[in-house]
Design a protein around this ligand. Sequence first.
Ligand SMILES: [Zn+2]
Length: 185
Amino acid sequence: MKAKRNVMSLILTIILAVSLLCPAAVFADTTVYTTETGTKYHSTSTCSGLSNAKKVYTDTESSAISRGLTKCSKCWNGSSSSSSSSSSSSTTSSITTTTTTKASTAATAKIALKAKTKKVKVGKKLKIKLTNNKSKVKWTLSNKRAKITKKTNSYVVIKGKKKGNVVLKAKAGGKTYKIKIKVVK
Ligand SMILES: [Zn+2]
């Protein structure tokens, strides 16, 4: 009987030793400082968040958490919440990098007015493309030396009417693109 009791006390000692070494047990036993009305618990009694309190109470962290209190951001430096915020900021920077890559790709696919030639004979037609455009286009000519005979959001067809220069304008996506066309005899 006596030997059995010694084994039991040894087991209890081991359990106690393990619980003291276990980080969760240490966490639960952390002494924190609270106030009567505050919603935060503090790691130090000298925290500025406690300066207005009439009386500061000592408590365990697990007890403070169970009462719905949260960590004071002033005195809990190097907490798990700060490490998670730094990981989220690195996620944000990777998103920014992706956006920059997309923007430079869009810049490469430049919108421009292009024609095989910048000349058109009176009575003849010329097709002028608006490359890489995906917006709705408003086409205009600077004068009546030429006339638009067909228009889409990717190209226009003009017909020479009278000798001289005419500027074709394409307004798309808030920008205006211009090309000067010479109407010849
Ligand atoms: Zn504090």
